[in-house]
Design a protein around this ligand. Structure first.
Ligand code: AP5
Length: 221
């Protein structure tokens, strides 16, 4: 199965991509994580995108498409979750081209919905593992040992773009450029909506049921 995860900042795309990846063995392809790895390694791409990301703006469609296509090719046999891609209509069209070329199909676009106040609260408390990118929250999803990743023992850090000014910019970019994708996938009959305001443990059974239905439909045709 191949999924697209949509939703504004802090809605839980990364959190539920990790959950689905652990449950079904699908590969999480996080556009943000791939870009942050380029920044960390100080590659040419990383140098180009660092300031753009820290300011909360979107990186160019073409740069992202190349990076995503490469990753899809590497993992396509296992199935994948596109977390944070596509984010503009142009990216959605480019993705269709990539999928056609590789003879693949998106099974569903899952849209996680929350309000702006929740975004601000969640991003303020988010901590991410420097090593393996696992996501925590100081209040809602704390690690067993403060400041250390449960999975790999890595240091937990605050992202550079989880600062108030960048969060504001990211929300503006979401509303202007990404929100139209909800209608785009609705028209294709691929949209599944999830109210992402409740607690993670309350969302999980609703989410798992949706995935199960998609899986059954795929198996039975
Ligand atoms: P990216 O890394 O993708 O960030 P984002 O889209 O801003 O999304 P977030 O990671 O903030 O939200 P999320 O929904 O994944 O939330 P999470 O699960 O972590 O992108 C960063 C930047 O890269 C962009 O700004 C842009 O510059 C660039 N970029 C990336 N993709 C691009 C593209 N396609 N095109 C152009 N540029 C691109 O959850 C957040 C927190 O809340 C966590 O602490 C979690 O534990 C907690 N939480 C989650 N769910 C719940 C819940 N139900 N209850 C309580 N807490 C919860």
């Amino acid at each position: 199965m191949n999924f697209v995860f949509l939703g504004q900042q802090g809605a839980g795309k990364g959190t539920f991509a990790q959950h689905l990846s652990e449950k079904k063995g699908l590969i999480q392809i996080s556009a943000g994580d791939l870009l942050r790895a380029e920044v960390k390694a100080e590659t040419n791409l990383g140098k180009k995108v660092k300031e753009i990301m820290n300011a909360g703006e979107l990186v160019s469609d073409e740069l992202i498409a190349e990076m995503i296509e490469k990753r899809i090719k590497e993992v396509k046999e296992k199935g994948f979750i596109l977390d944070g891609y596509p984010r503009t209509l142009k990216q959605a069209e480019l993705l269709e081209g990539i999928m056609q070329k590789l003879n693949l199909k998106i099974d569903a676009a899952v849209n996680f919905t929350i309000g702006d106040a929740t975004t601000i609260e969640r991003l303020g408390g988010r901590r991410t593992c420097k090593n393996c990118n696992k996501v925590y929250h100081i209040k809602y999803l704390p690690p067993k040992i403060t400041g250390k990743c449960d999975a790999c023992g890595g240091e937990l850090i605050t992202r550079d773009d989880d600062k108030p000014e960048a969060i504001k910019k990211r929300l503006e970019a979401y509303k202007k450029q990404t929100k139209p994708l909800i209608d785009y996938y609705k028209e294709k009959g691929l949209l599944k909506e999830i109210d992402a305001e409740p607690k993670i443990e309350e969302i999980k059974p609703v989410f798992d049921k949706i995935i199960e239905e998609i899986e059954n439909k795929k198996i039975t045709g």
